[in-house]
Write a protein that binds this ligand. Sequence first.
Ligand SMILES: C[S@@+](CC[C@H](N)C(=O)[O-])C[C@H]1O[C@@H](n2cnc3c(N)ncnc32)[C@H](O)[C@@H]1O
Length: 224
Amino acid sequence: MIRLNDRLAAVFSVIDPTDQVMDVGCDHAFLAIALKEKYKDMNVVASDNKEGPLKHAKENIKKNHLEGKIELRFGNGIQVLDEKTDTVVISGMGGLNMIGIFKYEEAKRKQIRKIVLSPNSDVESVRREFMKMGYQIYREKLVRDGKFIYPVIDFRKGRVHYGKKDLLLGPVLRKEKSPLFLEWNQKEIDRISQLIKVLPKGFWQKRIRLRRNLKIHKTVLKTL
Ligand SMILES: C[S@@+](CC[C@H](N)C(=O)[O-])C[C@H]1O[C@@H](n2cnc3c(N)ncnc32)[C@H](O)[C@@H]1O
């Protein structure tokens, strides 16, 4: 069995045996390989928009004796979705890139029941924009990768309205209040406090936004 790092292992853990998966931005294809090893009947597609990573993916698939069992696709985001796929996974990209991949592909989105995202940045925007596209958060976890803590969000089709607190903290995470969530929340308090101190005078709108976020992060401490 291929060994996944903690982040990809967390992504892997929210994939169900009946999901038909496309891993967008597969790079090395480790996730696709692990999925196909465990779920023999799963339709697994791995895609990337660059030749180098796809070549790498092809070599790894061969090394793991899965040639012909994982389909490789070259192309941008979900533009190269195949008809069988109902679950899209994207890990290790910026959140704004993830939003862009889905936002303008309304027709392709229709067949997608489940989206698993592990963004590197802009997590609040990811929660907001996928909510607007008609997805709700079914589960969410945090995972430590080196000195960073990343979310893994399992979105499912469904209309919902999240307020500011849910969008900033995560509706599931803020209820569960795991030790890793509390650690991430404290890091955010420290990071935002520092940012407010060094922000040039003219940036008053940003300062207001940061203060508002800081206040929300501090409410978590009050409800422990
Ligand atoms: C940092 S790697 C992440 C690899 C893997 N998903 C992981 O989590 O370990 C990001 C990959 O996404 C690919 N990528 C970036 N934007 C993309 C897009 N719009 N469509 C498809 N692939 C994309 C890059 O070429 C790169 O291979």
